[in-house]
Design a binder for this molecule. Structure first.
Ligand code: 5GP
Length: 113
């Protein structure tokens, strides 16, 4: 997979407001937030999109979800949150480095737009 915007953020070549980091992932605030809290949880191992993942990525994918939940708890998001993964351009994906959106701080409608 070619270099991505998020790899540049992981390498600190592009600034971001980082809220969490461990060996497997980095979480930072979205530059164009769609809710009062909008954080991206990004694996350090680049995978372009969820549909490129396989069973070997299972632990990593679980880690991303658990990390999002951990961040939500740390930020005190008691009124709930929404996690989103856009898979492919038709689904709204614009950065082809897998990431989980963590959105909170407002009401969310269903079905999503
Ligand atoms: P996608 O549309 O691929 O699901 O989500 C990509 C997200 O990355 C978008 O919400 C967009 O606002 C965010 N984004 C794009 N460029 C940057 C950047 O340079 N810094 C940060 N922090 N977020 C970015």
């Amino acid at each position: 997979m070619s270099d991505t915007l998020f790899m540049k953020i992981i390498r600190r070549e592009i600034p971001a407001t980082i809220v969490f980091e461990d060996d497997l992932c980095l979480a930072f605030r979205d530059v164009n937030p769609q809710a009062p809290t909008h954080i991206l949880v990004v694996p350090k191992q680049p995978v372009a999109m969820l549909s490129d993942a396989n069973s070997e990525h299972g632990p990593l994918l679980g880690h991303l979800l658990l990390t999002a939940n951990r961040i939500a708890a740390q930020l005190g998001l008691k009124d709930g949150y929404r996690l989103v993964i856009n898979n492919g351009a038709a689904a709204g994906q614009t950065v082809f480095h897998l990431h989980v959106h963590l959105l909170a701080g407002r009401s969310f409608s269903w079905p999503p737009g």
